[in-house]
Write a protein that binds this ligand. Structure first.
Ligand SMILES: [Zn+2]
Length: 78
């Protein structure tokens, strides 16, 4: 399967929690890895990690990361 990111031409692909298929070089994959990592942290450590990302990345990027985290969290429960 090809990466579904139109700007990317790589063949090797991986299915994300939202069903999208991308390669393991694309940002969507990096974001999901980061989200999975943060989900392993305790709640207090997770809050600190998210706060630390606010200034360099902005609120929108942190909200996106949080939404991926909750998607992974709820996908695991089903
Ligand atoms: Zn890709």
């Amino acid at each position: 399967m090809k990466c579904e990111n139109k700007k990317c031409t790589r063949e090797k692909s991986i299915r994300l929690v939202d069903g999208e298929v991308v390669c393991n070089y694309c940002m969507a994959h990096a974001l999901e890895c980061e989200a999975r990592q943060l989900l392993k942290y305790s709640l207090s450590k997770r809050r600190l990690a998210l706060d630390a990302r606010l200034r360099p990345r902005g609120k929108e990027a942190v909200e996106k990361l949080k939404s991926v985290m909750s998607e992974i969290f709820y996908a695991r429960r089903n």
